[in-house]
Design a protein around this ligand. Structure first.
Ligand code: SAH
Ligand code: SF4
Ligand code: F3S
Length: 426
């Protein structure tokens, strides 16, 4: 039987799509290789969001292309870099055999068997619901609710590589959720580039979440990513009504400066962002909030950057994903004047990191002594250890027998180390 080795980069969307890729390959007669250098086909599922992500994934692909034992594997580039560069990848890299965009994964088996080098990156032809998939994240599962993005934040390549936003029907989503809960899954994460703009006929995201929360209970429900502009009171209300909807929202601010937010085309101001934070904390005290921030967007002055620092200080996010701005060809920001020199972007990034790391540690240490429900996700690295997650998505390590993946248990936190916590069962 021919075998494959797959490596996945990028966001949860790629993770979920790669489960479909695996399902497609297994059902067309491939098996998983024990080791990369034994595989007949190498798949690299790539991310294009920042230049470094792109370079790293392509570097890894060309490294794996060497093969060993006197035979060369077929090298397949999937994901967002495939969509971005298409055929050009075949010209630039003689080691690459196939280029397959996210909407054409169902065509992979025929491409593999044809034996010729090819690129297939048509958009909008996906029918993911019909594709087989393999889930390997028990008891946690991703359920895609929208694909693509229409926001065109000026720095971002996602709308170009993932195409226009389309929403699945509530019926299809609820059916998938029902099957997962039936199979014992205990955490459902609804996925989309901007989940709040979900719409299918009369059903908004708030309406969908309400139905999913009912169908999933007692399983936990999360969702990523929320766009601050589209996060309304009705959604907060639905969250507050359902105890199994995790009190955790990833609400990327990107910047704390109104001028920069305008240039980014984010559609909100610092003031309206802060109002949403107040609303969420007012309705759900203790809610876990996280953010993404970009340092060194074109035209960002030192004063603008200070506004980003002060936003972090004011909100005190539980966690932050912090990036330095990276030009992406074809986006509006790549054409904007006022480029911030790369060393300055890096230095600003470090200043954001320093502040956020301190806040993250402080907020984590506040949990010591508290008792929290934890979903057990699997064994830890050491004998007798279990790993779990809190509703706030914090990692918890516990020494405890008698429970297994998919069980909920109450844990008293005894020690915190960044995002990882240690505790004992109560
Ligand atoms: N749809 C999601 C995820 C987008 S990509 C969202 O809107 O939040 C994840 C993060 O990467 C973004 O939130 C942003 O902070 C960052 N990002 C996107 N494009 C970038 C770029 N060109 N340079 C640096 N960071 C970028
Ligand atoms: Fe990119 Fe903005 Fe869409 Fe997020 S919402 S994927 S940052 S364009
Ligand atoms: Fe990257 Fe594509 Fe996700 S560009 S962030 S893997 S949608």
């Amino acid at each position: 039987m021919p075998s494959f080795h797959m490596e996945v980069y990028g966001c949860q969307m790629n993770v979920r799509d790669s489960q479909h890729l695996e399902g497609i390959l297994l059902s067309s007669g491939y098996e998983k290789a024990e080791r990369p250098d034994e595989a007949d086909a190498i798949l690299v599922v790539t991310c294009a969001v920042r230049e470094r992500a792109e370079v790293r994934a392509l570097g890894r692909a060309t490294q794996l292309a060497g093969g060993t034992r006197g035979r060369k594997p077929l090298v397949v580039i999937c994901g967002c870099v495939a969509q971005e560069h298409g055929e050009n990848l075949l010209k630039r890299f003689p080691q690459i055999d196939l280029v397959v965009g996210p909407d054409t994964y169902h065509r992979l088996p025929e491409m593999l068997s044809s034996g010729s080098r090819a690129a297939l990156v048509e958009q909008g032809t996906d029918d993911y619901e019909a594709l087989p998939s393999v889930r390997d994240t028990f008891p946690r599962a991703f359920v895609t609710i929208t694909r693509g993005c229409d926001n065109f934040c000026s720095y971002c390549i996602v709308p170009f590589v993932r195409g226009r936003e389309r929403s699945r029907t509530p019926e299809a989503i609820l059916e998938e959720v029902g099957e997962l809960v039936e199979a014992g899954y205990r955490e459902i994460t609804l996925l989309g580039q901007n989940v709040n703009s979900y719409r299918s006929g009369e059903v908004s995201f708030a309406g969908l979440l309400d139905r999913v929360a009912r169908a999933a209970a007692p399983a936990w429900v999360r969702f990523v990513t929320s766009h601050p502009r589209d996060f309304g009171g009705e959604l907060a209300e639905v969250m507050a009504e359902h105890p199994n909807v995790c009190r955790a929202v990833h609400l990327p601010a990107q910047s704390g400066s109104d001028a920069v937010l305008k240039g980014m085309n984010r559609g909100y101001t610092r003031g309206s962002y802060l109002e949403k934070v107040l609303m969420l904390r007012g309705r759900m005290p203790g809610i876990v909030l996280s953010t993404d921030m970009i340092a060194g967007f074109p035209g960002e002055s030192e004063a603008d950057f200070q506004d980003s620092l002060s936003l972090l200080a004011e909100v005190r996010f539980d966690y932050g994903f912090l990036f330095r701005y990276s030009e992406r060809k074809g986006t509006r920001a790549a054409e904007m004047p006022g480029a911030v020199p790369v060393p300055e972007r890096l230095s600003r990034l470090h200043r954001l990191q320093e502040l956020q790391n301190a806040v993250t540690r402080e907020k984590s240490s506040l949990l010591v002594g508290r008792c929290l429900p934890v979903l057990v996700t699997g064994p830890g690295t050491h004998e007798g250890q279990l790993i779990g997650r809190t509703a706030g998505n914090r990692v918890v390590v516990v020494h405890e027998g008698g429970v297994s993946a998919g069980d909920f248990m109450d844990v008293r936190i005894t020690r915190a180390d960044g995002w990882t916590h240690y505790g004992e069962k109560v």
